[in-house]
Design a protein around this ligand. Structure first.
Ligand SMILES: *[C@@H]1O[C@H](CO)[C@@H](O)[C@H](O)[C@H]1NC(C)=O
Ligand SMILES: *[C@@H]1O[C@H](CO)[C@@H](O)[C@H](O)[C@H]1NC(C)=O
Ligand SMILES: *[C@@H]1O[C@H](CO)[C@@H](O)[C@H](O)[C@H]1NC(C)=O
Ligand SMILES: *[C@@H]1O[C@H](CO)[C@@H](O)[C@H](O)[C@H]1NC(C)=O
Ligand SMILES: *[C@@H]1O[C@H](CO)[C@@H](O)[C@H](O)[C@H]1NC(C)=O
Ligand SMILES: *[C@@H]1O[C@H](CO)[C@@H](O)[C@H](O)[C@H]1NC(C)=O
Ligand SMILES: *[C@@H]1O[C@H](CO)[C@@H](O)[C@H](O)[C@H]1NC(C)=O
Ligand SMILES: *[C@@H]1O[C@H](CO)[C@@H](O)[C@H](O)[C@H]1NC(C)=O
Length: 736
């Protein structure tokens, strides 16, 4: 053991007091291999490595002689859910930082970030706080300030600090405790499922007293709210802690010497079924007085997946639907945790759902409130017990073999409102419009091979003009130097007579002329900083060409393949590109006069200009639904993060890695300068939401932007690649 017991003189503020602590000098080291640890001088706590299946974490645990090893509960973990390999070590470095070195990845996985704080030593206090002391023996860092899932007696939970439950499967837990004016238990950031009564005074901190009282204090440290366990006056109880448990319940525990075990003496939520999403995707929570709650699936799982229990109706029944009733059952959606509540009668409630093609289930509370909750997701959970005054209806297909999902609207039905001859397109702006009408008529008159006029017209084109030039095939040939410089599949470098460089794309498709022109006119009128502008086009016999503004660094796909350019695609740059592309697509979807889908979003169709700013190209050529672009965006993000282009299978693999908590494995090894783990988590989460096979689950591009910008939180996504399969099934009524 490295600690050395010393009597130290500590001065904190005006107070002077004596404490005995075990001091840890600079350079001291703990390692998995040696299995050594530092202890507090009272022997109640120890800091060292511990096991998490076949990985390790470093943390503080109870260490008292009276507590058997298996009950030495961990109360703090460096980096919360962080785990490291079996050759890792934890060191107080010579420059005064605590660092956790991960042998598996060969990197520093966590640090106390105190290199410039004149740290002279570390110590594990009797309270269970690991502290760093400077040469004036002041505390410059303490583990108490970064709580994980546990609060110890005398430990503060300050405003905006949180406890997060330990994760079950290394994806960070959904459950957290917040202090913002009151104590609140939340499921992700969206749903508050327990709140301490809200005091009128502003709260400055919560504290767990040594007598086992959980208190809220105001600025003057006056107690304004408190709860306590049934043994709070019992002076025989020496060890206590408050923990946000894995199951989302907040509990106060006492060590009962006589029983040699921890006993929960208080819990925030009496009925575990009231904890939001207790049963998650596994069905509904059935209250059981004699034991722990059970998760049951009354809906009959119909998907051949490992998703346990989903309501299966998904807007895909051809021959209508029927509603199956579940008595004494209350249901709610979890992805998203969002539903419409209306006041209605039972019958109205039932038919509201039946008539709404998006509705999957309804819950009606028949306790006098007459609330009808309409759920438009199949990710439904809930609870059931005999005295529960709620009845739910779940929609099912009335034909046993459900039809496939509706296919996107056929592309032949496009309206031809903008049917202008194949001459000149019109952007916005009245002046330009009138100018162009004249110009266009003139143009038309001179179309019979007045080459000089054409040249003048082409020279007129500038990045700021709203003119969309129509070119003949021979002009396309001329400006590309007979297709001399191919810079991508069917893409050529070219120069307009105005010396403006352009990119010419051969569509190699016999799109019907009228349709092509109306599409091109629409595209040509769209302006956005991050959309590649269409300068002109060619629509002559079978030739269909588009002429785009030039971008210096080519497509994102080429940049990723080019070792030199790839160096510039740092982590930060890649995240920025994701956001830029999201903004461009959101503009197409919602910023234009009418909805414009991209239809072919991928790394080839994102180009980088001279400042390495991303611009989206080749949009609007296909009629697609917004959801298709969202999915393509998800794929593009995974590709950009991983640097790999293996499509669906790769995305599946990436998702598996993320679920296992090994998201780092997904990252492109060529990224220089490190990555931000929290950002990676966010980016992958939103990508997997975008990749949901169920289109209704995919977010809008606006929501994607909010997440990437950090203004919205993002829940952990459910498995994206589970296609709901229509399946033969007996239509029995299966009420509970
Ligand atoms: C640590 O994990 C290994 C492998 O899972 C297991 O064999 C061992 O018993 C664990 N040790 C403790 C103290 O839990
Ligand atoms: C450490 O981990 C590696 C890889 O997981 C394993 O091959 C090796 O046997 C482990 N060593 C010990 C001492 O457990
Ligand atoms: C520590 O100090 C050095 C030199 O003064 C400085 O370069 C570095 O950024 C500082 N680090 C932190 C984390 O403040
Ligand atoms: C808790 O907060 C109070 C008030 O800010 C402070 O005096 C006290 O030192 C804090 N306790 C710990 C262990 O940080
Ligand atoms: C807590 O967070 C809110 C919102 O982010 C912020 O306005 C407030 O200043 C924070 N309070 C403290 C004490 O940090
Ligand atoms: C705890 O003890 C105090 C004084 O010893 C007493 O006033 C109080 O009622 C007791 N509280 C409970 C809940 O038993
Ligand atoms: C309640 O839980 C106990 C123990 O887990 C179990 O044996 C019993 O069958 C359950 N009761 C019901 C009604 O499910
Ligand atoms: C909840 O539903 C409303 C209305 O349908 C919608 O505007 C909102 O974005 C939804 N919130 C979440 C978190 O899904």
């Amino acid at each position: 053991m490295l600690g050395k017991v010393r009597i130290l003189f500590l001065s904190v503020g005006f107070l002077l007091f004596w404490v005995a602590i075990s001091e840890v000098p600079l350079g001291s080291k703990l390692s998995v291999v040696e299995n050594n640890y530092w202890t507090s001088s009272n022997g109640n706590f120890a800091v060292g490595f511990f096991n998490r299946s076949d990985q390790y974490s470093v943390g503080i645990r109870f260490n008292s002689n009276s507590i058997q090893l298996c009950k030495q509960t961990v109360v703090w973990v460096a980096g919360a859910d962080l785990t490291v390999g079996n050759n890792s070590y934890f060191q107080l470095t010579q420059n005064g930082e605590l660092v956790l070195f991960d042998s598996t990845r060969g990197v520093v996985a966590w640090t106390s970030k105190t290199p410039n704080s004149s740290v002279a030593s570390a110590a594990l206090l009797d309270s269970g706080s690991l502290v760093l002391l400077n040469n004036k023996r002041e505390i410059v860092w303490q583990s108490f300030d970064t709580p994980t899932d546990t609060l110890l007696p005398s430990q503060n939970l300050s405003v905006n600090q949180t406890l997060r439950a330990a994760s079950r499967n290394s994806v960070s837990s959904y459950y957290s405790l917040h202090l913002e004016g009151q104590l609140q238990l939340r499921w992700e950031n969206n749903v508050a499922y327990w709140t301490s009564t809200s005091p009128s005074q502003p709260i400055s901190r919560a504290i767990l007293g040594s007598d086992g009282t959980l208190q809220l204090l105001d600025q003057r440290s006056k107690v304004v709210w408190s709860v306590f366990g049934d043994d709070h006056n019992d002076s025989d109880v020496k060890l206590r802690f408050l923990r946000l448990d894995v199951d989302g319940n907040l509990r106060l525990y006492s060590w009962i010497d006589a029983l040699r075990s921890w006993r929960p003496v208080w819990q925030a939520i009496e009925n575990q079924c009231d904890v939001f999403a207790t049963c998650g995707l596994c069905g509904i929570c059935v209250f059981n007085e004699s034991g722990s709650p059970l998760c049951r699936c009354p809906f009959k799982p119909t998907f051949d997946s490992n998703l346990k229990c989903l309501v299966r109706y998904g807007n895909e029944c051809k021959s209508g639907s029927l509603m199956t009733a579940y008595e004494h059952t209350f249901l709610y959606g979890i992805y998203p945790p969002n539903e419409t509540i209306t006041l209605a009668s039972l019958q109205q409630c039932k038919s509201l759902c039946q008539e709404d093609p998006l509705c999957a289930a309804v819950s009606y509370t028949n306790d006098g409130t007459a609330q009808c909750r309409i759920m438009k997701t199949s990710y439904i959970t809930g609870q059931s017990y005999p005295s529960l005054r709620s009845i739910s209806f779940v929609k099912k297909c009335s034909d046993p073999i459900a039809a496939l999902p509706i296919s996107p609207a056929s592309s032949s039905s496009s309206p031809h409102r903008l049917c202008i001859p194949c001459i000149v397109g019109v952007g916005s702006g009245t002046f330009v419009f009138f100018f162009l009408i004249q110009f266009g008529i003139g143009f038309y008159v001179y179309k019979k091979r007045n080459y000089n006029f054409r040249k003048a017209a082409l020279a007129f084109t500038s990045p700021y003009s709203n003119v969309l030039i129509s070119l003949s095939f021979s002009e396309i040939k001329e400006l590309t130097g007979s297709f001399k410089h191919e810079i991508g599949p069917n893409m050529f470098k070219g120069t307009l007579p105005s010396n403006q460089r352009v990119i010419v794309k051969d569509l190699k498709e016999a799109i019907e002329g009228r349709k092509f022109r109306s599409t091109v006119l629409k595209i040509g009128s769209i302006y956005h900083r991050n959309l590649v502008h269409l300068e002109g086009y060619c629509c002559e016999s079978d030739h269909r060409f588009l002429v785009y503004e030039f971008s210096e660094n080519g497509s994102l796909a080429t940049c990723m393949a080019d070792p030199k350019l790839c160096k510039r695609l740092t982590w930060g740059k890649r995240v920025e590109i994701c956001l830029t592309v999201a903004r461009a697509i959101a503009y197409l979807h919602t910023g234009c006069r009418e909805f414009v889908g991209h239809g072919n979003l991928k790394c080839e169709n994102v180009v980088l200009d001279e400042n390495f700013e991303a611009k989206v190209s080749e949009f609007g050529l296909e009629r697609v639904h917004a959801e298709n672009d969202v999915k393509d965006f998800g794929e593009m993000v995974v590709e950009l993060v991983s640097g790999r282009r293996e499509g669906d299978d790769f995305c599946k693999w990436a998702y598996e890695m993320w679920v296992k908590g090994e998201a780092e494995k997904v990252i492109d090894g060529r990224i220089e300068g490190g990555i931000k783990i929290e950002q990676l988590e966010k980016v992958l989460r939103i990508a997997f939401w975008c990749l949901q096979v169920d289109e209704q689950m995919r977010p809008s591009m606006g929501e994607v932007i909010n997440v990437l910008e950090g203004t919205s939180a993002v829940d952990p996504p459910p498995p994206p690649f589970t296609r709901r399969r229509p399946q033969q099934e007996e239509e029995s009524s299966e009420s509970e």
